[in-house]
Ligand binder design. Structure first.
Ligand code: PHE
Length: 504
């Protein structure tokens, strides 16, 4: 609500007008007929910016000289995904092309050609045209109608940002599709000059009063000869926005501050890691399902970068094959080349274990808040790229109660005091616990934690127990700020970012 909305009728009519206001009145009286209104955007006055015009209009409304009517205008733009479709073709378009070249194609081949995401969309869209897969295959005969529909869709994506009235049918089609177009609503003000305004005689003096003193006026002394425009501290002005932080940056800093206050050291790490550190060091067997491509992003440049520490590979080999110090290993043939593969780290526990390997003297307390990557389908509580709040405490008195205390202390410093610990499983901890926060009758799973197994700590020369945790930052952001959908955190909507209020 602007200042003008709540004071509109309570203020006495004030007929004194400023120069910009007088000029807006002049513009309106010569460009509109009595009772006619025009959109604020179409008022153009030399020497006045849109912002000054807008402010003058608000003022005139307050003085009951103009009337404002607001209208909501809906416009559409392409989402990044829609933009990709425009550039690389719609999934159904690409599928249609691939299939019509060959006559038919198996679903798995189509998925391979288009990728799983576009493949799924293409199959769903083709099904709507009546082309349905039968026994794992899609067969196609040339159909002019489908081609026409597809090119209409393409045409629509092309013309979406233009001013023309969009193709209604296509608009409905894309509104129903997930994440292709973005709807934006804008309020446009329509202004009409009221009778009093038309009759107002604008004195030379008003038109000529000083609103702003210029250097020239000071130099020539001409400011002495004219009246000043009066200040009004209640003048409605456009909102200005000061620099602010992204809600996630803000929360990261807050989390860092808490761990630093608790005496923890900040660890750093790398987006790209060796599978050896990300997994083998944590006693995750090489045939573990989480290592598959469906869960993990691997880099193609594997083996080109020599592993940093061959000695450590020998430790992993020995531990996985035969065990260590009375502990039996997994008993399979361990492969060094799998350990040397490069990947985008799937968790920051990789930073923890590397840190402890390089800092084996207890006690150690370390944390990080960094990004991890998972080949995961995105939904309201899952992201493929997210931050983890990682931490570890390595000391003689590190045990399950220390871990529970640390979790409780950390979350209570953020205002969450109702925690639940659920028994869980990670290949590298025993026991393992998932941390759940209860808030307003709802529960939010925040991540995993546990006491490192001896197979992880002992081979690397760690002599005391180690507790560790890896907690989702974006999940925390959901409960901290009250997001219903985790994807809302990364909307790149500048208006939203400007007006978002951070919780200090
Ligand atoms: N690394 C686990 C994850 O990514 C979390 C975890 C960290 C579990 C440390 C136990 C100990 O989900």
């Amino acid at each position: 609500m602007t200042a003008s909305d709540d004071t509109k009728h309570s203020e006495p009519v004030n007929m004194e007008v400023s120069v910009p206001e007088a000029r807006v009145i002049k513009f309106l009286s010569s460009n509109t007929k009595a009772g006619e209104s025009i959109s604020e955007d179409s008022i153009s006055i030399e020497g006045l910016s849109g912002r000054e015009i807008s402010s003058a209009v608000s003022w005139l409304e307050k003085k009951n000289i103009v009337e404002i009517r607001k209208e909501e205008i809906v416009s559409y733009t392409l989402s990044p995904e829609g933009d990709r479709f425009l550039r690389n073709g719609l999934p159904e378009e690409n599928a249609y092309e691939i299939i019509s070249g060959k006559g038919k194609i198996s679903i798995s081949e189509l998925m391979k050609e288009l990728g799983p995401k576009d493949g799924k969309i293409a199959i769903a869209q083709l099904a709507k045209f009546g082309i349905k897969p039968a026994s794992g295959e899609i067969t196609l005969s040339h159909d002019g109608k489908i081609m026409e529909q597809i090119s209409r869709r393409k045409q629509f994506l092309k013309s979406i940002s233009s001013e023309e009235v969009p193709d209604r049918e296509m608009l409905e089609h894309f509104r129903k599709r997930e994440d292709v177009i973005v709807e934006r609503k804008r309020n446009i003000r329509f202004v009409s000059l009221m009778e009093v305004g038309r009759k107002l005689s604008l004195s030379e003096e008003t038109m000529d009063s000083i609103g702003e003193i210029t250097t020239e006026m000071l130099q020539t002394g001409s400011w002495r000869t004219k009246p000043f425009r009066r200040y009004d501290l209640n003048a409605p002005v456009e909102r200005t926005f000061s620099a602010t932080m992204h809600p996630i940056t803000f929360l990261i800093n807050k989390v860092r501050r808490i761990f630093l206050d608790m005496g923890f050291t900040e660890m750093d790490g790398h987006y790209v890691e060796y599978a050896g550190w990300n997994m083998d060091s944590l006693f995750i067997p090489q045939d573990h399902p989480a290592r598959e491509m469906q869960d993990t992003f691997y880099l193609e440049s594997e083996e080109k970068i020599p592993f940093e520490d061959e000695q450590v590979l020998d430790i992993f080999k020995r531990t996985h094959e035969k065990g260590f110090d009375g502990y039996t290993g997994w008993g399979y043939k361990w492969s060094p080349s799998i350990a040397k593969e490069l990947l985008l780290r799937t968790h920051t526990t990789v930073s923890t274990i590397r840190y402890l390997y390089h800092n084996p003297t207890p006690p150690q307390a370390a944390f990080s808040v960094e990004k991890v990557f998972r080949h995961e389908s995105v939904d309201w509580k899952h992201l493929a790229e997210l931050h983890q709040i990682e931490g570890t405490y390595y000391a003689r008195d590190a045990n399950l109660s220390t871990l529970l205390w640390l979790m409780k202390e950390f979350y209570s410093r953020l205002g969450f005091t109702d925690l639940k610990f659920v028994p869980s499983y990670y290949p590298y901890t025993e026991p393992s616990l998932d941390v759940v926060v209860r808030i307003n009758g709802k529960e939010m799973e925040l991540g995993g934690s546990g006491v490192f197994r001896a197979e992880v700590t002992k081979p690397l020369g760690l002599k005391e127990p180690v507790v560790a945790w890896g907690l989702g930052l974006e999940r925390l952001a959901m409960i901290y700020y009250g997001f219903e959908d985790i994807r809302d955190i990364y909307q790149s909507d500048i208006d939203w970012l400007r007006t978002f209020s951070l919780k200090y």
